[in-house]
Design a protein around this ligand. Structure first.
Ligand code: MRU
Length: 358
């Protein structure tokens, strides 16, 4: 499956080249494919805030490269560059609050700065760490694709319909995707007749990004309004809802794109299985439950306006962009360390003691 996925790879959204970070501008897809280049930590923080790059692992990877860019400028400026670099760490950490991959990646960069090896400069150490974060995310996705596909195969023999939410593909990660990686692998294995992609209001990650990624690869995909999901679970032969995650807490609760929680409730009601696919960098064992996760609220204009034009009445709009799905609505959490079925605190603790499977 690894070779098949590598051969089918079409989309990349993050590139580290010529000492700069290059990001495919996800605000413009699928209408335009525009790459933007960044040479400062503040620029990368702004790209994350403005959603040029989005998706939990992709945010973490970009922030890691942001630290490299920050360090380069601080070292060139001389003086106490390590103290000055703290400002860059802070700007990057303040860019978005919910996806823990961001803080995980910044912690790894900080730790690596404390472990510069003989014969390497601090800048070389940071660059090597950022590249390693990027590459190991791609590897984790290949492992999870295989594990998730095997889980689907275990429960069904013939091709079925799957439903997904938001965008968890190559655009949201270092490559291949988390939930979308599993869906790709299941399709290549002949297990998927059709994928239903929730449009994912208000930012339309499903309509603009997931539908684009799947259509590019010839995977049969139908776009549906978010509100159609329960109806489709009842009528369209959907066997699994498969989603990603922005933060998973020690008890197995999962924060993901707004609308995920109602999908899990509906899946339970209709006897549809619910799978979460996320690398261990998304697991935050420091938080006991989903109640502790900071939920990002974005500007109400994302709901009030459409294409820059006001469409709603003159009212206040509430725009939480993530929600928390309780662990007891989840059939399986798939990570690169293994699969946890019916997650709870004990199983999550056991998982985190394991090594990566690749
Ligand atoms: O606001 P976004 O687009 O960054 O939200 C992304 C999601 O919620 C994804 O489902 C999640 O990050 C997993 S991506 C592999």
């Amino acid at each position: 499956m690894r070779e098949q996925l590598l051969a089918a790879e079409k989309v990349k959204a993050i590139a580290w080249r010529d000492g700069a970070l290059h990001l495919l501008d996800q605000r413009l897809l699928p209408a335009e494919e525009v790459w933007l280049s960044y040479d400062s930590a503040e620029g990368v923080a702004q790209a994350i805030r403005q959603m040029v790059v989005r998706g939990a692992p992709a945010i973490g990877i970009s922030a890691a490269y942001g630290v490299v860019l920050g360090a380069r400028a601080r070292i060139a400026a001389g003086g106490d560059w390590r103290a000055a670099l703290e400002e860059d760490f802070k700007a990057l950490a303040d860019s978005r609050p919910t996806a823990v991959n961001l803080f995980w990646a910044l912690n790894r960069m900080r730790e690596r700065l404390g472990r510069v090896r003989d014969g390497e400069t601090p800048l070389q150490a940071l660059e090597a760490e950022a590249i390693s974060i990027h590459e190991s995310d791609r590897e984790a996705n290949l492992t999870m694709a295989q594990l998730g596909m095997e889980l689907i195969r275990k429960h069904q023999g013939s091709p079925q319909a799957l439903l997904t939410h938001c965008n968890t593909g190559a655009l949201a990660t270092g490559g291949f995707g988390t939930a979308l990686g599993v869906i790709r692998a299941a399709y290549l294995d002949g297990l998927v007749e059709r994928v239903y992609a929730d449009e994912t209001r208000p930012w339309l990650q499903g309509a603009r990004l997931t539908a684009w990624e799947l259509a590019n690869e010839g995977v049969p995909v139908s776009l549906n309004a978010d509100a159609a999901a329960a109806h489709l679970m009842k009528t369209a032969g959907i066997t699994w809802v498969i989603v990603g995650a922005d933060r998973i807490t020690a008890n197995g609760d999962v924060a993901n794109k707004i609308g995920t929680y109602q999908l899990a409730v509906n899946a339970m009601h209709h006897g549809v299985r619910f799978m979460v696919v996320a690398p261990s960098s998304t697991i935050d064992m420091a938080l006991e439950s989903g109640d502790d996760i900071p939920i990002e609220e974005r500007d109400g204009s994302e709901l009030l306006d459409l294409g820059g034009r006001r469409v709603a009445a003159e009212v206040h709009a509430v725009n939480p962009v993530f929600d928390v799905t309780p662990a007891d609505l989840i059939d399986a959490i798939v990570t690169e360390k293994g699969v946890v079925e019916r997650p709870d605190a004990a199983k999550m603790a056991q998982l985190m003691c394991r090594k990566r499977l690749h």
